[in-house]
Ligand binder design. Sequence first.
Ligand code: FAD
Ligand code: NDP
Length: 525
Amino acid sequence: MRSLDCCNNMAAAWCRGKHRLKRFYQLSVQIPNRNYTAEKFDYDLVVIGGGSGGLACSKEAAHLGQNVAVLDFVEPSLRGTKWGLGGTCVNVGCIPKKLMHQAALLGTALKDAPKYGWRIPEPASHDWATMAEAVQNYVRSLNWGHRVQLEDRKVKYLNLRGHLVDEHTVRGVNARGKETTVTARNILIATGGRPRYPTHVPGAREFGITSDDLFWLRESPGKTLVVGASYVGLECAGFLTGIGLDATLMVRSIALRGFDQQMAGLVTDHMTSYGTRFCWNGVPKKVEKLPSGLLRVTWTDTQSGQEHQDQFNSVLWAVGRAPETGTLNLQQVGVQLNENSGKIIVSGDERTSVPNIYAIGDIAQGRPELTPTAIQAGKLLARRLTGRSNQLMNYDNVPTTVFTPLEYGCVGLSEEEAERRYGADNIEVYHAFYKPLEFTVAQRDASQCYIKVVCEREGNQRVLGLHYTGPNAGEVVQGFALGFQCGFTYAQLADTVGIHPTCAEELTKIGITKRSGLDATVTGC
Ligand code: FAD
Ligand code: NDP
């Protein structure tokens, strides 16, 4: 019967996969002193963490025939905010952030609208509670959707906080303290991270909030101080300004560390003209609650050494994220952590120092903290675990967008990094200042709408980095990211026919080099 089944092409492929899988397991679970090959486990795969990476891996593995369980548990924030299944992106990250960014963009559109003939009663005002309720309801629908998908794929969902007991055993504890223990041939850790609070700032934890709270506030945060100038700080300060709130961004050093600094400067210049206040070189010292309920923040200017104070309704800490490894019992089981970051050390195939335990997403050392990379890594891992593929995740040239009021999208190297790696004389930088058509009638200032393509100088001029500030940056850069995967050159970019009239077409027309010193302002079509 078995050989008959295998005559059928699909069944044969399945049989081959199954035999490969068996061989893989025999190889992968040879752990000193114990022979697990003969043991029976409750599951083929147990995933700790039901966020972007964990859900993607568990669904794919189940789809490929594995018996899978996912443990997901949300520890409430210090302020008591909690949410449902789906992890950071769905509940307190990308999704609510992008929707609130959209609310802010609509504010700008409202300002443009009269120029296009719309008669809008003045003054237009924004209601936080309405926006928050709509966003929160949408997020709840996603929570529900994830549960349904797990059920459809026959993935067992366990609402438990998990930790390792040994290399094949996970213990989960529910909100009432009840324990459940499961065993698995393979274990995936995808527990992500949580926002940090600054240390040595009295009042920071008592009176501050983080991105874990902001999107779930029922009432407006009011006048807000946002501390931290990377993705989270800039995006949050940006949309708070855009919906009409008084928002100040405190920057202790530079904005958008690691990004092209010319582009970062354009983003912050635009935010300044948009109305966000910037407190450069500011380091918070203390936060006190006044009898009025306002928060008084004291900070030091690192340049002058002087102290300053101001009062705010809310203080939002956007000072980075800490990996969620604390309660997993990792080191006792032999899973090694990076001493500085506290993240899990992984190899190219996402394996930790314990051969049958894997880690993906924000928890893994050296990985971008982005949803699509966690998802892709999870799917590919599932395919390797089931013997369907050997393909490893390619973490090079991951595109990204910062959803600030003027969006910034990029892929590849910053100009500084290209100079560092290749030398300034060996790169060519093409650039242009352009005006989006939609800005013209609206008479919007386009001073910061800029594109830059960093290439090798000699030979085919392979493109090393592509940078864009302007409307819909994510949509624009996504397509060019495909070019990156194909190793495209400046000549191929210049040969690409544009779509008119768009902002993206400016990239195909880019022709002025920085080296030439010519005016890079685009004039006419
Ligand atoms: P997570 O999605 O964080 O999931 C981990 C899950 O594990 C959580 O549900 C957690 O509660 C659970 N967990 C933790 N410990 C345990 C345990 N012991 N037992 C059981 N469950 C546990 N990325 C983008 O690509 N685009 C964006 O626009 C974007 N915007 C963002 C905006 C903000 C404000 C933030 C904070 C992040 C944003 N990100 C964005 C980053 C993105 O959200 C993360 O990179 C992504 O969610 C990481 O996925 P993950 O699977 O590693 O972890
Ligand atoms: P980051 O670690 O990227 O940045 C932290 C920021 O806080 C830096 O500007 C840092 O300044 C500053 N900072 C740190 N400590 C202090 C302190 N004690 N006082 C004052 N400032 C301080 O964290 P984020 O939370 O912004 O982002 C985390 C990750 O989430 C990102 O790397 C990104 O991958 C992901 N994300 C992605 C988004 C997207 O795709 N659009 C959106 C949001 C998040 P300094 O530079 O001086 O160290």
